[in-house]
Design a protein around this ligand. Structure first.
Ligand code: ZN
Length: 485
């Protein structure tokens, strides 16, 4: 670890290694909280924990900076606990082991927690170092960001006095984030009527797999295939065969583009050959349609056990029509930022309840940087499924962070970045949720920006942070604090 101690960000690194030594997976941040509370006491830094579990630390302005705009540095306390199957690591008790590999730091078969541990370490390093100049300073460390943004949701509207918030939870050096999307869940329950299948009929399972999937916000503009939509389209194209649908399932997470879906259909055995041929042709059509996007798309059909019940004709057409005609993917693009999606939806999951109350549960996530568009899109999807007699409920609403073209903190950081590194940073808006969206709801006057070092594969055991980018991150942070007016 000597290599880290010889960088400009040496103190940041020593705090980061401290953080790694204390378990702090989401919802189990208390050990780390106690450590920080004790640390602050020793350093004579004011530190309180709010009702939700967030920590707020305060340090007076440097001499001569008392009249500057008060600033808040922000990170989240928790990390995502993911490990490879061969390791016995226990996230509740074991420290994270760090490994240097060239210019990268990673963990030993687990997540590293550089997301957002580097940001958190930088906050502590700023508080501890009296040679760094800044105006009145608050540090906000939120709890449980990764599994529901609990800390940001629970933050009181009057706990902080700062007027600028610098979020440290972005993952690409050289990029400054000025906006993010909000989201809302649309939960659809579509009841269906069933009838008994004909014992003489045969059943076939049609599977779609091999798709790339990806993040339902960040990857939604890549035109990847949505397994549920594509399979519904395949069934729609089977109209030459009189079939009955027995099963339809696909996707696993609302916020991931579905990679797999499967259906079971029942029909007379005489159609088996035609079915094979049609599925084969549709497979070729799909491979053509998604050429260069989905190289491994697989559509297959095989015989399976005859299910005891099937959907009635009316329920079957209601399900397939509602899936086929449901808007999905990119709705609008941001006018001010190139290649940034403004509003989108992801039909992420469909599951089937075969018990007494037969129905399909369908999960959709709508995202937008613009509140009104988010709500109108969610409403449109709601009405669409209600027209098919579904019961639809919206929940999980959280606000986006609308980009502010006149942001003073953005201009300061852009200037400092250009001065330090002789090039301009990229201005970014992320089509996914950041805590800033929730902050903008409670503190609408805050001028916010988000930045961070380069972190690859966060939330997976491959997570790694680029050591030289941490140096640049630290230099930009220190320069920005000194330059705020
Ligand atoms: Zn994070």
């Amino acid at each position: 670890m000597q290599q880290l101690q010889s960088t400009k960000a040496a103190s940041l690194w020593s705090y980061f290694l401290n953080i790694c030594a204390i378990p702090h997976p989401s919802k189990h941040e208390q050990q780390l909280v106690v450590w920080i509370l004790n640390w602050a006491k020793e350093k004579n830094i004011s530190c309180i924990q709010d009702k939700t579990g967030n920590l707020i630390l305060r340090k007076p302005a440097s001499t001569g900076y008392e009249h500057k705009t008060p600033v808040i540095l922000q990170a989240h306390l928790d990390m995502v606990p993911q490990k490879n199957s061969q390791t016995t690591h226990d996230f509740l008790t074991d420290p994270i082991t760090t490994v240097i590999d060239g210019e990268w730091l990673h963990a030993d078969n687990t997540t590293l927690g550089a997301d957002n541990g580097i940001g958190m370490a930088s906050c502590l390093a700023v508080l501890a170092d009296n040679t760094i100049v800044h105006g009145p300073l608050e540090v906000l460390l939120t709890t449980d960001e990764e599994t529901g943004m609990t800390g940001a949701f629970g933050l009181q509207a009057d706990s902080l006095q700062g007027k600028i918030l610098i979020n440290t939870d972005s993952e690409q050096e050289g990029e400054l984030y000025v906006g993010c999307a909000g989201g809302i869940n649309v939960n659809i329950n579509l009841a269906y009527e069933k009838m008994e299948s004909e014992p003489a009929d045969s059943a076939y399972e049609i599977s779609l797999s091999g798709l790339k999937g990806g993040h339902s916000g960040c990857d939604i503009n890549l035109e990847r295939a949505n397994a549920i939509k594509v399979l519904a389209g395949v069934l729609h194209n089977l109209d030459a065969i009189p079939f009955h649908l027995a099963c339809f399932e696909g996707g696993s997470l609302r916020n991931a583009i579905p990679r797999e879906a499967r259906a079971v259909i029942v029909c007379d055995r005489q159609y088996q050959n035609s079915l094979d041929i049609i599925i084969n042709n549709l497979h070729l059509d799909l491979a053509n349609k998604f050429n260069n996007i989905e190289e491994n798309i697989q559509l297959s059909v095989k015989s399976c056990d005859l299910p005891s019940s099937i959907l009635t004709n009316q329920s079957q057409s209601s399900l397939l029509n509602s899936l086929n005609n449901c808007d999905n993917g990119v709705f609008t693009m941001d006018e001010n930022f190139s290649n940034v999606v403004q509003t989108s939806s992801n039909l992420g999951v469909i599951t089937q309840n075969k018990g007494e109350q037969t129905s399909f549960d369908i999960q959709v996530l709508v995202r937008s940087q613009i509140e009104e568009e988010k709500h109108s899109s969610a409403e449109k999807i709601t009405l669409h499924f209600q027209n098919h007699n579904a019961v639809v409920r919206q929940d999980g609403n959280y606000p986006g962070w609308k980009p502010n073209p006149n942001s003073a903190i953005y201009k300061i950081m852009e200037e400092q970045y250009s001065r330090l590194f002789a090039k301009k940073p990229e201005t970014m808006v992320i089509h996914a949720g950041l805590e800033c969206g929730l902050f903008s709801d409670k503190y609408p006057h805050w001028d916010m920006v988000s930045f961070g070092p380069t972190i690859k594969f966060p939330h997976s055991p491959d997570e790694k942070v680029h050591i030289p980018s941490v140096d640049k991150y630290w230099q930009l942070l220190v320069a920005t604090l000194a330059a705020i007016d």
